[in-house]
Design a protein around this ligand. Structure first.
Ligand SMILES: Cc1ncc(COP(=O)(O)O)c(C=O)c1O
Length: 549
């Protein structure tokens, strides 16, 4: 009897000890997005299981079970495009082939332009040139003298047009010339950059780094140092550069450790933030407002037509306010990663655009005036890298090229130029202008019965497809043939610079619609009732099993 009682008491004690842990664990699970992107560890495991296989000539054109006549039409279209590309882009293609041999990055981007099943055959027949020689206005020129309207936005760097950045770089070089590449000591323009950035960010201190990735790394390190907590929270799908802790899933050989990947715009996440004690900071990439909880939409994952995007400014603002409140309540550092959206949405960045203030903000890309940079702005108490009462307990951050005089000079020119009336004017009615342009393109696409629509967050756009298809990624090649340049993620991300005039935009619309009509006429969007996004995914799963076992 006594023994039973003792055992029961032990069991109860054990339960009491483990219950809170289990409850916290459960809360964490509830705050994870159900998709694989919400489960970094599992996603990594799945990534290692997916077998490599590719469609050969016999399957490439009818993997959606299209009739033979449609497959023949597609085959002829590919041959026609290949011949066109071969002639029109001859020099660019030749140099790309030559350089790819020793340029790992080019091999990688070249392989991941489209879903992997299609990639080998496409690379053999429809190669893409990766070299350009000039830019002007809103166009870039390849080695063969072809002009393309630039929809790449140079990864988001190009907010004001390439000529603007050429001007910033030239002014920066002129300013830094007498000093040259002296590092360690600062060029006097650094002091002015600091003052301007403090005013823009509304924060007390600034540190300069060499890339956006480094800036985020430093912000997170400082948050951990000052809170003495281990974990960072990032949101499902959000990109923050490529260092370990912000990329805990596939792409990173190490397993996730001090990172929680949680659902964005979700009460369960707020509950985790309210109840856990190990969270140092929350990282927000406001670009996700266009597609919360979904990874950057690249065409390599465009296996069907389930890509969706929609920007709801009021809902995202409410979410940021809720985050702000819980972070203040719990002493969690709220970091806005504005490396992408900073200066694109508003002169004061996402903080001003959404009317919510962060404790730290990271900037990069465009802020360098066309040269590489990363910047952290933060509250004084968070930016300090040492503790006067514990002088050896420091938070280390250096970088040989930090505050490089030429970069600081170009940044100085950038910060000075964005105050000019003609640049300020670009921000007036910015969203209304770009929303209207998106509506115009969507209407024109609908008018001619094309299964394509765009969604946008101001000047950042993504292409969505309204009817199930396995071949949507082909659109990037038709767009290229019609003189529109996309980055290697294809139709997942179109980035406009703000200097696009109405005439420039109309030219893009005409080319876009013409390209999509041609693709439709070539049979790539053939469709029957049996073809659904679900049936496509099931079919791919079956193929994977067949290739694995
Ligand atoms: C939001 C965000 N953070 C960080 C980075 C990393 O910046 P970088 O490529 O300069 O290292 C990027 C790059 O795209 C980004 O979009």
């Amino acid at each position: 009897m006594i023994q039973t009682f003792a055992l029961t008491a032990v069991a109860c004690a054990a339960l009491a000890a483990t219950l809170p842990l289990a409850v916290r664990r459960l809360a964490l699970s509830r705050a994870k997005h159900p998709s694989l992107s919400g489960h970094s560890r599992m996603a990594k495991r799945v990534a290692t299981l997916i077998p490599g296989y590719a469609y050969d000539e016999s399957r490439f054109f009818d993997c959606d079970d299209a009739p033979a006549a449609v497959a023949a039409q597609r085959r002829a279209a590919l041959q026609r495009l290949a011949s066109l590309f071969g002639k029109r882009f001859a020099r660019s293609l030749a140099l790309t082939a030559e350089a790819a041999e020793g340029l790992s990055d080019l091999q990688f981007t070249g392989a991941y332009r489209v879903p992997f099943q299609f990639s080998p055959l496409l690379r053999e027949h429809l190669r893409t040139g990766s070299f350009v020689q000039a830019s002007s206005g809103v166009t870039i020129e390849d080695l063969d003298g072809n002009l393309f309207y630039d929809l790449t936005g140079s990864y988001g760097v190009n907010v004001f047009g390439y000529d603007f950045y050429k001007g910033c770089i030239a002014a920066g070089v002129a300013q830094a010339q007498r000093l040259g590449p002296v590092l360690g000591a600062y060029h006097p323009c650094v002091a002015s950059n600091v003052e301007k950035l403090r005013a823009i960010s509304g924060l007390d201190e600034v540190s300069f780094h060499m890339s956006g990735t480094e800036a985020v790394m430093q912000a997170v390190r400082l948050a951990r140092y000052h809170t003495r907590r281990s974990h960072l929270v990032r949101f499902c799908g959000a990109y923050h550069g490529w260092w370990e802790d912000v990329q805990p899933g596939p792409g990173n050989p190490l397993p996730p450790r001090e990172t929680y990947t949680l659902k964005e715009m979700d009460e369960a996440t707020l509950h985790v933030l309210r109840t856990r004690r190990d969270i140092a900071c929350v990282l927000v990439n406001p670009l996700q407002a266009l597609h919360p909880n979904v990874s950057a939409p690249g065409d390599s994952s465009l296996v069907d037509s389930s890509r969706r995007a929609h920007f709801d400014r009021a809902a995202y603002t409410a979410w940021l306010r809720a985050l702000r409140a819980v972070c203040s309540e719990r002493g969690i550092v709220l970091i806005f990663d504005e490396v992408f959206v900073g200066f694109r949405l508003a002169p004061g960045g996402a903080q001003a655009y959404f009317g919510v203030r962060a404790d730290m903000v990271t900037y990069g890309k465009t802020l360098g005036g066309g040269l590489p940079v990363g910047v952290v702005c933060g509250k004084r108490e968070l930016m300090k890298r040492y503790r006067p009462d514990r002088p050896v307990d420091i938070c280390f951050a250096r970088g040989t090229f930090n505050s490089h005089p030429y970069v600081m000079g170009a940044m100085h020119a950038f910060l000075e130029r964005i105050e000019r009336p003609e640049v300020r004017a670009l921000y007036e009615g910015l969203d209304a202008r770009w929303d209207q342009r998106a509506l115009t393109l969507n209407q024109r696409l609908r008018d001619v019965g094309l299964p394509v629509q765009v969604a946008n967050l101001s000047s950042i756009w993504t292409v969505c497809y309204t009817q199930p298809s396995r071949y949507n990624w082909m659109l990037q090649y038709y767009l290229r043939a019609h003189g529109l340049a996309l980055s290697w993620v294809g139709t997942g991300r179109l980035i406009f610079s703000l200097n696009y005039s109405d005439e420039d935009f109309e030219a893009v619309v005409q080319r876009f619609v013409a390209a999509a009509l041609e693709m439709q006429a070539d049979g790539w969007w053939w469709h029957d009732a049996a073809l659904t996004n679900r049936s496509i995914k099931r079919g791919i799963l079956r193929e994977m099993f067949a290739h694995r076992f």
